[in-house]
Design a protein around this ligand. Structure first.
Ligand code: BDP
Length: 701
């Protein structure tokens, strides 16, 4: 067990009673394969059933056996057409699937059907998931269709093989050997993506390199697109706004210049010739030094529309990122995206989607939802989350992130009254948009186990499941993943579930409790840095925590930056009062006295100390739970995770002690006697400048 198989392990079901039931129900398979996607579904079903069950089902061209798995669309399979499933099929759209138990000519059948081949593939994975998680095949009546049309991973992969903020090795895309060598791993990547319903991949870093838009690279990207196509995955590329200058020999990239527009049209034509189902461009413009339309006095809409016009004839879309801010912190960075983009609502072409990070600052362990959600009803918004744990301990910390994604998806913006959740906005439901979507910054690299930390795969999995259905629960998703990845043994499932569910909260506690944010080390973002002063306020910890002799926290109320005013009144009213603001976000929105009395009856200072300490305690609990599983988990994964938890504990202590010593130097208050007292001095912690310090002992000083 090295994690390569992810959640698609298909290990033999050891419960013989259950396995016999499955074997009786799946003695034969009738699947008249007519396309590469159907072939992928057939291959997966055979692979899965061969692993999970003893023996292989017999392939028959029609239903002649009792206990047949019948797979097909009404078009590909007359036996399914004869069932007249119109009502069911109507609810499935062009990607959904149905799993049904039905008898045909007196033979018991399990049916996978859909309106499309990709629906059959998704349904095949769903049936296998059913078996992998030991659910009953009796009276199956599952109808499932995705809530979001675009379900995408954003790879931040550079053409030189490195990955921006990647902690699981180098890029999977071997640009050097493409287009001729198709690494079998591309197929396994596509299988994993399709197994959770993801249907799009942007291959390259948002801090883009124009070279990927040259003919040679497009041929390479086309080879990847060919490999992914049977699995329903469309590829996107990041478009560097200054590409016309860098590879087009023009002397401007001005979006209103006809030569520039023409160059992009030619480029789009060249791409679509090679990749007829190319998804489109993902664009980071006028953000963190990237070029963009502002360089020419134009708006984001001018820039996005020019690209959208080039893609429109082929059905492509522009995904324009709303992660825009500049160094001028006379305006709170929290407000800048709304300031720049809200006035442009209605000005974007129909094939432009605006991709908005979950929060207004930057993928912090906890952020309130981004105030753009609900503020641009005429523009389809895509939610962007981050799987790679840039701000959550890289791939060495166990942090199950479905609860974070859910927190945003379920957040009520109140834009059209109560119940106007972010999920309803990005699914297009609230404003009736035909486009809808959700994207995640990938955590995948060429590490053997894909995501670096064996538990990080749960974030890839959880993201896909939520992209398909945001109403799923974090618990339910985790349970599925555990059963598929480790075991169906109840003790194992329960123990691991109890590790995973609070794990994100543990990270929040030992890194940034009570609404603190952006206090990590500079540049690489690994480890604590509440003292960081970059000279540029918006990248400076001091600016975000605002700690002084009186208190701590960023005042975003009307007496401060007034970022709260960008939210709709019901939410704004709740967070604008210290009394009603959730304590988990208190220091995000308020500058609060160290002596402020919290709900627990403790002072804010004490509460901060307890929260940091509790974070460390939660990691200890995770360790204890894992150790209790010794002998029940295969030794390779057991030892790997045990070692990573050791690192996590060391670093949780590092975060707690460094932050508390630093804040104490400002608050001047003693540490409560009940918490573990820091071992070193603040100077010791500030002296740690290493990028990564392996195994810092718990009591280093
Ligand atoms: C920040 C990352 C940076 C990315 C940026 C983005 O530190 O590497 O380029 O997000 O999303 O969090 O564009």
């Amino acid at each position: 067990e090295d994690g390569y198989e992810l959640w698609l392990r298909y290990a033999l079901i050891e419960d013989t009673v259950l396995r016999t039931q499955y074997e009786n129900a799946l003695q034969a398979i009738t699947f008249n394969v007519t396309s590469p996607t159907q072939q992928a579904a057939m291959d997966e079903l055979m692979r899965g059933m061969t692993g999970l069950l003893t023996g292989r089902p017999i392939a028959t061209s029609s239903v002649i056996h009792d206990g047949t798995l019948l797979v097909g669309t009404p078009q590909s399979e007359p036996a399914i057409a004869a069932l007249e499933l119109h009502d069911a099929l109507e609810t499935l759209g062009d990607e959904g699937y149905a799993l049904l138990s039905q008898s045909i000519a007196g033979k018991r059948c399990t049916i996978i059907t859909a309106n499309s081949d990709i629906g059959l593939l998704y349904g095949s994975f769903a049936l296998l998931r059913h078996l992998q998680t030991h659910r009953s095949l009796h009276n199956l009546h599952v109808l499932s269709a995705p809530q979001m049309r675009l379900r995408m991973l954003n790879h931040w992969d550079n053409l030189d093989g490195t990955i921006e903020r990647g902690y699981a090795g180098f890029s999977l895309w071997d640009w050097h050997k493409l287009p001729h060598y198709i690494d079998p791993r591309y197929c396994d990547y596509a299988r994993a993506m399709a197994s959770i319903g993801l249907n799009a991949a942007s291959l390259t870093n948002v801090n883009a390199n124009a070279l990927v838009l040259t003919k040679a690279y497009i041929a390479k990207a086309a080879a990847l697109a060919d490999a992914f196509r049977p699995y329903g995955i469309r590829i996107y590329l990041t478009a560097r706004f200054s590409a016309p200058l860098e590879i087009g020999h023009l002397d401007t990239a001005d979006p209103l210049d006809p030569n520039v527009a023409h160059w992009w049209q030619q480029t789009a034509a060249m791409i679509y010739e090679a990749i007829p189902d190319f998804g489109g461009f993902v664009v980071k413009a006028n953000s963190e030094g990237q070029p963009g339309p502002h360089d020419y006095g134009c708006t984001h809409a001018d820039g996005a529309n020019m690209l959208a016009d080039a893609l429109a004839p082929y059905g492509g879309t522009v995904i324009w990122r709303a992660f825009v801010y500049d160094a001028d912190v006379t305006e709170d960075r929290h407000k800048q995206a709304n300031n720049q983009l809200v006035p442009l609502d209605g000005a974007f072409r129909d094939n432009v989607l605006l991709q908005v990070k979950n929060g207004a600052i930057d993928f912090q362990p906890r952020e309130p939802f981004h105030p753009l959600f609900g503020r641009m009803p005429q523009t389809p918004l895509v939610l962007e989350v981050q799987l790679t744990q840039e701000y959550l301990g890289f791939a060495t910390h166990l942090a199950y992130l479905a609860p974070l994604f859910k927190e945003t998806l379920d957040a009520d913006t109140y834009c059209q009254g109560p119940g106007s959740t972010v999920a309803k906005i990005v699914s297009g439901e609230l404003d009736g948009h035909p486009h809808s979507g959700i994207a995640a910054v990938s955590n995948i690299g060429n590490d053997r186990n894909w995501c670096g930390h064996p538990f990080a795969a749960a974030n890839w999995y959880g993201f896909g499941r939520l992209a398909w259905d945001p109403a799923l629960t974090s618990d339910g998703i985790a349970e599925e993943w555990i059963r598929m990845t480790f075991s169906n043994e109840l003790q194992i499932v329960d123990e691991i579930l109890a590790m995973m569910l609070p794990s994100r909260e543990a990270v929040v506690n030992y890194m940034t409790p009570l609404g603190l944010h952006h206090i990590m080390a500079r540049d690489h973002h690994y480890g604590p840095g509440p003292w960081v002063d970059m000279g540029r306020a918006d990248w400076t910890a001091l600016y975000y925590h605002q700690a002084d002799a009186d208190g701590i926290g960023f005042d975003r109320t009307s007496s401060g930056s007034n970022a709260i005013s960008q939210y709709f009144p019901s939410y704004a009213a709740m967070v604008s009062s210290v009394e009603t603001c959730p304590e988990t976000l208190l220091l995000w929105f308020h500058h609060v006295s160290w002596d402020h009395v919290m709900a627990s009856g403790r002072s804010l200072w004490e509460e901060l100390c307890f929260a940091y300490d509790e974070g460390v305690g939660m990691v200890r609990q995770m360790q204890a739970r894992w150790t209790a599983l010794e002998g029940l988990i295969d030794s390779a994964r057991y030892e790997h995770i045990k070692a990573l938890l050791r690192i996590q504990l060391d670093e949780a202590c590092w975060w707690r002690d460094a932050c508390l010593l630093y804040f104490q130097s400002i608050s001047g208050r003693p540490f409560p006697a009940q918490i573990e007292q820091p071992g070193g001095t603040l100077a010791d912690y500030m002296a740690i400048t290493h990028y990564y310090v392996p195994g810092i002992p718990e009591r280093r000083f």
